[in-house]
Design a protein around this ligand. Structure first.
Ligand code: HEM
Ligand code: HEM
Length: 192
C-alpha cells in the first residue's frame, strides 16, 4: 500500500499544503510571543514580492528570456509561491475586519492548493512519458532535442488544458483583488 502511486505522489503534496498552514500558525505564534507581531504588516509586501518573483516561470515559459532549464524555474515557482503564501497568511492574521482582503486570502489558498494539484499532474505526466518511452524502447540519446521538446509540448498541452481552464481565471481574479487591496491601503491607511 505504501508503494502505491497515490501514496508516492499525492501524500507528499498533501503534506506540503498542511505544512504551509501549520508553519504560518507557528510563525504567527512566534512573532506574537516575541512581541514582533507588528512586522505582519510588512510580511504582506515580502510575500507579494515572492509570489511576483515566482511568475518568472511564466516569463521563462513564454521565452521572454532563454537562460536556465524550465524545470528549475518550475521548482523556483513552487518554492517562492509556497513561502510567499506563508508570509501573506501571517500578514492576513493582523485583523478580521475587511471582506475584500480576506476574500483575496481565501482565493490565494485555493490557488496554492490548485498549484499543488498542478504539481501532481506534472509528476504523473513525467512518469507516464518515462514508462511510454521505455515501452517503445526509446532512449533519450535516440531522440534529438527538438523532437523531444515537441513530444513534451504535445503531452503537456493535452494534460494541462482542463487544469489551466480552472487555474488561470482564479490567478487573474487573485491579482485583481490584490491590486485593489494594495491601492486601498496605499490611499486609506495610516502606516505609522
Ligand atoms: C504589497 C502588498 C501588500 C501590502 C502593502 C499590504 C498592506 C496591508 C495593510 C497596511 C494592512 C492593514 C494592516 C493593519 O491594519 O495593521 C493589510 C491587511 C490585510 N491584508 Fe494586506 N497587503 C499586501 C498584500 C496582501 C495580499 C497579497 C493579501 C492576500 C492575498 C493581503 C491580505 C490582507 C488581509 C486579509 C488583511 C487584514 C484585513 C482586515 O483588516 O481584516 N494583503 N494589508
Ligand atoms: C499564490 C501562489 C501561486 C500563484 C499565484 C501561482 C500562479 C501560477 C500561474 C500564473 C501559473 C501558470 C504559469 C504559466 O503557464 O505561464 C501556474 C502554474 C503552475 N503552478 Fe503555480 N502558483 C502559485 C503557487 C504554486 C505552488 C505552491 C505550486 C507547487 C506546489 C505551484 C505549481 C504550479 C504548477 C505545477 C504549474 C503548472 C506548470 C506548467 O504549466 O508547466 N504553484 N501557477
Amino acid at each position: 500500500m505504501w508503494n502505491s502511486v497515490l501514496v508516492k505522489r499525492a501524500l507528499p503534496l498533501s503534506f506540503s499544503y498542511l505544512l504551509l498552514v501549520a508553519a504560518s500558525l507557528s510563525l504567527d505564534y512566534i512573532l506574537h510571543a516575541a512581541g514582533l507581531d507588528w512586522t505582519g504588516r510588512y510580511l504582506g509586501i515580502a510575500g507579494t514580492a515572492l509570489v511576483a518573483f515566482s511568475f518568472g516561470y511564466s516569463a521563462r515559459k513564454k521565452k521572454l528570456f532563454r537562460n536556465g532549464p524550465l524545470s528549475l524555474f518550475l521548482r523556483l515557482h513552487c518554492n517562492a509561491g509556497w513561502v510567499g503564501t506563508l508570509l501573506i497568511l501571517v500578514h492576513s492574521g493582523i485583523h478580521f475586519n475587511a471582506i475584500l482582503p480576506w476574500s483575496a486570502t481565501a482565493l490565494m489558498m485555493v490557488v496554492t492548493a490548485s498549484g499543488h494539484v498542478g504539481q501532481y499532474l506534472v509528476r504523473k505526466l513525467r512518469e507516464e512519458v518515462r514508462v511510454k518511452k521505455k515501452q517503445l524502447g526509446i532512449q533519450d540519446g535516440n531522440v534529438d532535442g527538438l523532437e523531444q521538446q515537441a513530444y513534451w509540448d504535445a503531452m503537456t498541452v493535452k494534460a494541462f488544458e482542463q487544469w489551466r481552464h480552472m487555474h488561470m481565471p482564479m490567478v487573474s481574479f487573485l491579482v485583481v483583488l490584490t491590486i485593489i487591496h494594495i491601492v486601498s491601503v496605499t490611499f486609506f491607511m495610516n502606516w505609522r
